[in-house]
Ligand binder design. Structure first.
Ligand code: NAD
Length: 354
């Protein structure tokens, strides 16, 4: 099984470096994986004049999954749009039709203090949000600003979902739930929006193929409230592009620690791009300060969802829980005044805990 490693910019090379060491430790223990690196984002622009160089795309096409670091940096902010680092990521999403964005929000008991919510509300939270990533009002046509018949300017967008687009994200949600507590909550605004009533109908139809999974529906306004009131009631939450954009950011902040959260973007054949939810953190790049755990946990998701190596994924997740229980903290998750470790030392500890 081949993994394309695209470290990117800023802290990208440091954090993917540690995730690669963890994967190599599993490989030396019998996991049959091959890793190959290629530049992307600003690094792609620097080496080949393109944020997604041809050789990088070719490597990704030959791989079973992509482990992605992060892209971007102030030195690239004035480039023309097509050459900006984020185009590397956007083009990969489009090229591989990565329509399902999976974002777990896990609160490890030891880190419950990092949340702005009370520890007793968030401790033990283990939620997975599936956001549809390629359709909805973000891509619907027509859109624009026009002058209407009354001579007034107006802005407009089109919310649109096809049946096949809803079906495939619903399947992804039910299949993810199979590997968890077998509960799916679909979030919509069916009381107001036709598109999302249709969403609800199609999700309900697809559910018939998954009788072992419990399905519930919730309006998005209530879901936003319930995420703060009692987030532990959720297992898998599935929703459209716009609602998912907002709810997944809300959920990530329940944990209070951006350096801990992995993500996956998958297509219909479970090929995926795995990356931490944070950016390239230029303020701490090259200083051995970045928390590598979000990227190491992204590697665990990669093993679970694209390579079907559940046991290896669980080994990584257990190792991360163990280092946290041992009290190891990078600066972003440390309590004030407590000892912290650097990026590499955290990687060493995870490998030792494997
Ligand atoms: P950011 O996520 O890079 O950083 C926000 C804050 O969180 C910073 O203070 C940073 O030091 C801290 N932080 C982030 N990751 C951390 C980690 N692993 N360990 C410890 N601290 C961490 O967001 P930003 O500052 O808004 O953006 C910086 C650059 O990243 C920009 O160029 C932006 O375009 C890019 N970006 C890239 C992606 C991506 O590659 N998917 C996502 C978001 C932002």
């Amino acid at each position: 099984m081949k993994i394309a490693v695209l470290p990117g910019d800023g802290i990208g090379p440091e954090i993917t470096g540690q995730a690669v060491r963890v994967l190599e430790a599993l490989a030396s223990d019998g996991l049959r994986i091959e890793l190959e690196r290629a530049p992307v984002g600003g690094a792609g622009y620097d080496s080949a004049g393109d944020p997604l160089p041809e050789a990088t795309l070719k490597l990704a096409e030959q791989a079973d999954a992509i482990l992605f670091g992060s892209v971007g940096g102030p030195q690239y902010d004035t480039l023309p749009r097509a050459q900006r680092p984020e185009q590397g990521l956007l083009r990969l999403r489009k090229h591989f039709d990565l329509f399902a964005n999976l974002r777990p929000a896990v609160v490890y008991p030891e880190l419950a203090h990092a949340s702005t919510l009370k520890p007793e509300v968030v401790a033990g939270l283990d939620l997975l949000i599936l956001r549809e990533l390629t359709s909805d009002i973000y891509f619907g046509q027509p859109r624009g600003v026009r002058t209407n018949e009354a001579g007034e300017r107006e802005g407009f967008d089109t919310m649109r979902y096809t049946e096949s687009e809803i079906r495939r994200i619903a399947h992804a949600a039910f299949q993810a739930a199979r590997k968890r507590s077998k509960r799916v909550c679909s979030v919509d605004k069916a009381n107001v929006l036709e598109t999302t009533q249709f969403w609800r109908d199609v999700v309900t139809e697809v559910h018939q193929e998954y009788p072992e999974i419990e399905l519930s529906h919730m309006y998005v306004d209530n879901a936003a409230m319930q995420l703060i009131r009692n987030p532990r009631q959720f297992d898998v939450m599935v929703t459209g592009n716009m609602f998912g954009d907002i709810l997944s950011d809300e959920a990530s902040m329940l944990t209070g620690s951006i350096g801990m959260l992995p993500s996956a973007s998958l297509n219909a054949r479970n090929f995926g791009l795995y990356e931490p939810i944070h950016g390239s953190a230029p303020d701490i790049a090259g200083k051995d300060l970045a928390n590598p755990l979000a990227t190491i946990l992204s590697a665990a998701m990669l093993l679970r969802f694209s390579l079907d190596q559940e046991a290896a994924a669980q080994r990584i997740e257990a190792a991360v829980r163990k280092v946290l229980a041992q009290g190891l903290r990078t600066a972003d998750i440390a309590e004030p005044g407590k000892r912290t470790v650097g990026t590499r030392e955290m990687g060493d500890a995870v490998i030792a805990a494997l």
